[in-house]
Write a protein that binds this ligand. Structure first.
Ligand code: AMP
Length: 147
């Protein structure tokens, strides 16, 4: 495993969400992952998939944890595409601030793409809570059980 030279910050906002100290718009949750709406979406239906195991980003993540992540991303991506009637799906993941990472708990962006529509800028505008709640429900309806 590649080690990261910076420690995991246990009070980052996603760690607090995983500990249920801060609310979120949950799409799906099991023992290993949480899928939630990105509150500042780059497009309609932008979700984040977080492994529950603590790691700062991909560079210090446990290989066993990562082994379950790609199949989970695939299931969520298919559900998002169907639920949002999207034309495609972009997967993004940032490691360290130079690469654009702003929250230091590993997460994967699942971003629907719509033909003829540009993506909004990264973390630019907060979406209305009612809209985020409705989209979380719509996507949840299409998610199959994840290991
Ligand atoms: P990054 O670390 O650059 O991959 O991006 C962190 C992402 O988390 C951004 O897209 C933010 O819009 C999103 N974000 C920040 N705070 C929250 C929150 N409380 N709930 C859901 N998404 C969030």
């Amino acid at each position: 495993m590649v080690e990261c030279d910076v420690e995991y910050e246990k009070d980052n906002i996603f760690a607090k969400i995983l500990r249920k100290e801060i609310p979120n718009f949950t799409v799906y949750e099991n023992d290993n992952i949480l899928v939630m709406m990105d509150i500042m979406p780059m497009s309609r239906g932008h979700c984040l998939l977080l492994p529950k195991a603590p790691s700062r980003n991909l560079l210090d993540a446990n290989d066993e944890v990562l082994g379950k992540i790609l199949p989970a991303i695939k299931k969520v991506a298919k559900a998002v595409k169907k639920a949002m009637n999207a034309d495609g799906i972009i997967i993004k993941q940032f490691n360290e601030d130079a690469a654009g990472q702003t929250v230091y708990h590993l997460h994967f962006h699942i971003i629907p793409a719509y033909r003829g529509e540009k993506l909004a800028r990264h973390a630019d505008r907060k979406e209305d809570n009612e809209i985020l709640a409705a989209r979380a429900k719509e996507i949840a309806n299409y998610i199959e059980e994840i290991d």
